[in-house]
Design a protein around this ligand. Structure first.
Ligand SMILES: NC(=O)c1ccc[n+]([C@@H]2O[C@H](COP(=O)([O-])OP(=O)(O)OC[C@H]3O[C@@H](n4cnc5c(N)ncnc54)[C@H](OP(=O)(O)O)[C@@H]3O)[C@@H](O)[C@H]2O)c1
Length: 307
């Protein structure tokens, strides 16, 4: 496997008979989890090139063009995104530059190089005002700028190039970058009294499981193109999610549920974004972990890393 460090370098270990997968945004939660799991492709006919934002800025068409010209990849995984939900309200242009124009650049070169595009989107494309698990047929209606920029990215890809797999996921957490679980990890360890909203419902998803799913899709010959919903199993409020973390440290008495009105944020949040995952399950025979199963594993990693 090639690493980000030798993408720009001259020496590559790529065998000419192998097909290439290019990953954009390799230093994010998903990107890091993909890097950790390249062994899953060890016996496959693929070699993988990871690029971070300094190497390929997806808003820069020339940089995207160069990486496609260099590798002519069979697959491009777009793990790059602007993900700061609240900040996106004041940085709308930046969010759309990465999440819409960046997606457009990727799809344009996927089309030119006949590359299958795997793009990640979000449950935040939905309004979330029902309580029925959302299928891929549900019409998006984002309630904030981040969701609107991600939806714009989906539409751009769909208009440009049909050979895409768009995976919508929800509430990503991992041992990497900043995420809700890592914030709760610090508060729980410091025994801080913490109030968390209990009326927004969704499903936390371990980025490692999403990474595994992506490699499974690539290994499945002729995986049907289109949009798919993927999350871990189960349903939770942010309070339920935090409770699992506090319980791990036996500090759950410090946690209090509150309604959304008591915790105003710059970006509105959808109230219910649990996914119906029937479509992806019909394509891949695999068992999806419950969101709770992954939490001790990630907390163990964090406690060893003393972060
Ligand atoms: N996080 C969630 O809760 C969540 C929920 C649902 C869906 N998703 C979606 O899942 C995907 C992965 O999310 P994540 O949590 O792994 O994101 P993340 O940890 O925030 O990482 C995003 C990555 O994108 C890179 N990036 C930003 N702008 C870029 C640009 N112009 N060019 C190239 N790279 C750029 C960042 O680079 P730097 O390393 O330089 O910052 C970072 O490495 C995204 O599509 C996101 O929308 C996330």
């Amino acid at each position: 496997m090639e690493s980000i460090n030798n993408y720009l370098g001259v020496s590559t270990s790529r065998l000419s008979s192998k097909k290439t997968i290019v990953v954009l945004g390799a230093n994010g939660q998903l990107g890091r989890c993909l890097q950790d799991r390249t062994f899953l492709l060890a016996s496959s006919n693929y070699t993988i090139v990871f690029t971070n934002s300094a190497e390929v800025d997806i808003t820069d068409e020339q940089q995207v063009k160069r990486i496609f010209e260099k590798y002519q990849p069979a697959y491009c995984i777009n793990a790059a995104a602007y993900t700061a939900v609240d900040k996106a309200e004041e940085e709308k242009e930046k969010a759309f530059a990465v999440n819409e124009s960046g997606a457009k650049n990727m799809a344009t070169y996927c089309k030119k190089f006949h590359t299958i595009c795997i793009h990640i989107s979000t449950d935040f494309v939905f309004k979330g005002n029902t309580c029925i698990p959302l299928t891929e047929d549900e019409v998006p209606a984002p309630v904030n700028s981040y969701g609107a920029s991600k939806y714009a990215g989906e539409k751009a890809i769909q208009q440009i190039y049909p050979k895409h797999i768009i995976l919508r996921t929800s509430w990503l957490f991992s041992e990497y970058r900043s995420n809700f679980l890592k914030t709760m990890n610090l508060l729980a360890r410091e025994k801080k009294v913490t109030k968390v909203v209990s009326d927004q419902i969704g499903t936390p998803t371990y980025a490692g499981d999403l990474a595994e799913l992506i490699f499974k899709i690539i290994e499945t010959e002729k995986f049907p193109f289109g949009i798919y919903h993927f999350s871990n199993e189960g349903v939770a409020s942010w309070y339920d999610f935090a409770y699992e973390v506090f319980k791990f440290y036996k500090t759950e008495k410090n946690l209090q549920p509150i309604p959304s009105e008591a915790y105003p944020t710059p970006a509105k949040r959808p109230h219910f974004t649990v996914f119906n995952k029937r479509k992806i399950k019909q394509q891949l025979q695999f068992s999806i972990a419950h969101w709770r199963e992954n939490i001790p594993h990630v907390l163990e990693i964090l406690s060893k890393a003393k972060t």
